[in-house]
Design a protein around this ligand. Structure first.
Ligand SMILES: Nc1nc2c(ncn2[C@@H]2O[C@H](COP(=O)(O)OP(=O)(O)OP(=O)(O)O)[C@@H](O)[C@H]2O)c(=O)[nH]1
Ligand SMILES: [Zn+2]
Length: 208
């Protein structure tokens, strides 16, 4: 996947540097949408709204232009450490592909190194790369698992994601407090009940 021209050296879109053609095209559609909603796109408060929305949407879907495999490969280190590494409470902000409304919550991720460790910050970066797309929570969970497994080749990967979906609280069934949990495992986390139990204990335990 090619990175956007206007990204920083980590592949993140620079604020105020968006693809002009996409911005203009999305903004024109949003101007029409405002009219269809009964609004006046020419009133003062809405004048710049189509452009703002166009930039916002490009920001929130920039994951399409970020290669999570490259993110992991950029900081893989040979290390003789074979205990579980857990990064928990990673904030997730994504958009459901059905309603294009946000879902958000936390991801908890573990892997068991098999010759290589990875720079810790790269794990949340992989979460961002996949969550800044139109998603369903199940696919997001599997994509993170598969990316870490296939790139790092660890003895196992575990991913648990807990999210609230605005399409279930602001509209639709209107359940304000429901949380959806998804999980995906490979290797030792499937084959060894104790390893999976240790991971689940570590993500629910709090040392702070
Ligand atoms: N499995 C899954 N479903 C999701 C996710 N995000 C939203 N949905 C669901 O996608 C479904 C789309 O169902 P439809 O019946 O086509 O859409 P709808 O008429 O707007 O459905 P309601 O939300 O029930 O009003 C809904 O049940 C949503 O709750 C997700 O991440 N995973
Ligand atoms: Zn939805």
């Amino acid at each position: 996947m090619a990175e956007l021209e206007n990204t920083d050296n980590k592949g993140y879109k620079k604020i105020d540097q968006y693809n002009e053609e996409n911005t203009n095209s999305i903004a024109a559609h949003y101007s029409e949408i405002l009219t269809s909603l009964g609004e006046n796109p020419n009133r003062e408060g809405l004048l710049k709204t189509p452009e703002r929305v166009a930039k916002s949407l490009q920001y929130l879907t920039q994951g399409y232009n970020i290669d999570p495999v490259e993110i992991l490969k950029s900081a893989m280190f040979t290390e003789d450490y074979s205990q579980m590494v857990v990064v928990k409470d990673i904030e997730v902000y994504s958009m459901c592909e059905h309603h294009m409304l946000p879902f958000f919550g936390k991801a908890h991720i573990a892997y068991i190194p098999n010759g290589h460790i990875v720079g810790l910050s790269k794990i949340p970066r992989v979460v961002d790369a996949f969550s800044r797309r139109l998603q369903v929570q199940e696919r997001l969970t599997n994509e993170i698992r598969d990316c870490i497994q296939n790139t790092l080749n660890p003895s196992g990967v575990a991913v648990v994601i807990e999210c609230r979906h605005l399409c279930m609280s602001m509209r639709g069934i209107q359940k304000q407090n429901s949380v959806t949990t998804t999980s995906a495992f490979t290797g030792e986390f499937i084959n060894n009940d104790k390893t999976r139990a240790e991971f689940l204990r570590l993500i629910t335990a709090s040392l702070y």
